[in-house]
Every structure is written in structure tokens, then in C-alpha cells.
Design a protein around this ligand. Sequence first.
Ligand code: FA5
Length: 326
Amino acid sequence: YFDDAKAAMLNAASEADLEQARIEFLGQKKGKLRNLQALVGKAPKEEKPLVGKKFNEVRTEVTALLEARQQELSTASSSDAVSDFDPTLPGHPPTIGNLHPITKTITQFREIMGRFGFTVVEGPEIEDERHNFDALNIPNDHPARDPLDNFYVATAKATAGGPILLRSQTSTVQIRTMEQVKPPVRIVSLGRVYRPDTMDATHSCMFHQMEGLMVDTDVTMAQLKTVLSLFARSFLGPDVEIRFRPSFFPFTEPSVEVDMKWGDSWMEIGGAGMVDPNVFKAVGYDPDKVSGFAFGLGIERFCMKNYEVDDIRRFYENDVRFLNQF
Ligand code: FA5
């Protein structure tokens, strides 16, 4: 019986089989071990303790086997339940943010200009009149200095550089750089500028510019045009069309405005020119010994063209449905 009982417990294939085996061997009324126990009572008196002890051992062992198998089968059946879990179903990935399209564009601009040998420098967004206007050859009566066309910081104390304003152009960084280093210079500076312009599809009151400045002994207008054309093509592909129009800036002579083909018309993307001798004088460079070009590009306009965004205001409305696309 004992071996049969052990085998029955170990081999039970299901919880139902095991229950069958339990009834067969350990059942209270008809269990086979019960019958065995009945025999213990019939043993000769002096052998009874020994036979009883042996019987108890056997029963304990069979009971232990039963419990162990019960445990095994129930774990197996609960892992059957877990198999309802389908690992091939798509999960719920956490929402990860992404970089703002303007930030991405700035990174690309830096990378392209880096390849052309331009070092990236930074300048402050809160500026004095000297760096925003005076040193850039913008005279006191120039309309660009009109308080209504600039964000003057009324509460700030005027400094040695004059009253304080939010910079209206990154050309300030040309001055800051030349004040600090001797020629040759080859830098770009990318950052925010502020103007109280009326908002429309192509104008924002806060936007970004990339300033470029190259100063050396024989810098030419041809080099300026080459750098800007190569830059536009590196960023937007070989088919981009740009054109240069004669223009005027107080800090460059001659000056050009740069346009990009935009559907059937042209969009202004920047200003540029050969650094005016008065600017060199303002920073202590000798205009007879050095020449240079400078440019200032509107970063939003390039970004709009690149991603086919038709309204600059989208960039600053913080609508995640828009921002998620980049
Ligand atoms: C300037 O800011 C000059 N500092 C550029 C320059 C630098 C000329 C160095 C010569 C030498 P302008 O005001 O045209 O120029 O602005 C340059 C570009 O900034 C524009 O062509 C346009 O692409 C962009 N821009 C100007 N105003 C806005 C605005 N409100 N919103 C978005 N982009 C603007």
C-alpha cells in the first residue's frame, strides 16, 4: 500500500486526480491506510507500540507527499491564469517630451557653422545702448532707437553704457566679441531678441537670430555670399533659392538683405554686409588693417521653411499637439 500511495501522490496530474488519490488512501472511512490502521489494532500486544509507530510514520510521509503535490499543482494552475497576459499587446509607454523646434534648429545651425569654422559665443539679453546702438554706428536720432520700437527696462539704472534695454538684435555680440579679442575673428552667436513688433504670421515680439562675424585681413563680400549660400543649402537642401538685395544698415557698408524663395514670393530671412569702418573704430580695430563681414539671420523663418510651418505664432502658443510633431 505504501508504495502505491506514494506513487499515486507523486503522479497525480491534476488537482482532481490528487483528490481521488487522497480519498483512495487517506479517506476517513474507506481509505486504504485506514484498513491498515485496523490491522495495527490486531497486532500482538508486545508488538503494538512498534507497529503503531511505523504506521504513523507511513501516514505522515504520505500526507506530506499529498501536501507537497497539492502545492505544486496549485502553483501550476495559478500560472495558467497568468497566461491570459499577452506580452505581444502594445504597452503604455510613458509620455516623453521633445525638444522645441526652435531649439532643434539652433542646434543644427551651430553644427553647420561649426563645420565652417565659426566658434559659438554668447551674449546677454539685457543690454546697454552702447552695445545695442552706439558702437554699431546707430546715431542718437536713428528711428531704430525710438523707445516705442524697443523694450527699455524703465526701472533699471543706466550704466556707463547708457540706458538698459532688451537687445533688439544679436549684433550686440559682434561688439562684445571684438571688445575682447584681437582679429582674426570668426564667430556666430544665437539667441533671443525682443522688439515690440505687431504679431503676425512672420513677426513675433520675441524671436531668435543668428549673428555671424568674420574679421581678417582680406575678407570679401564674395566670401559673405558664399558662406550664406552654403549655409542655406546645408540646412534646407540644395534646391533652396536665396537672393541678395542692396539695403542699408548703419553698421555695414555695403549692406544687403537676404531673401528666400517662399512659394511664389520671397521671404526676408536676414541682413548682412561688410563691417562699417566706424564699428571697427568703436572697438579699437584699425579699419585700414582689417576687413570683415557680418550677418544676422532670423532663426524662426528658417525653421518655418524647414518644417513647413506657415505661422510663427505656433512656436510660442505652447500647444503640445503642435509641439509633439517635431
Ligand atoms: C537686423 O536685426 C540686423 N542686426 C541684421 C544684420 C546683422 C545686418 C549684421 C547686417 C550685419 P533686421 O531687423 O532686418 O536686421 O532683422 C534680421 C532678420 O530677423 C529679418 O530678416 C527677419 O528674418 C528676422 N526678424 C526681424 N524681425 C522679426 C520679428 N518680429 N519676428 C521674427 N523674425 C524677425
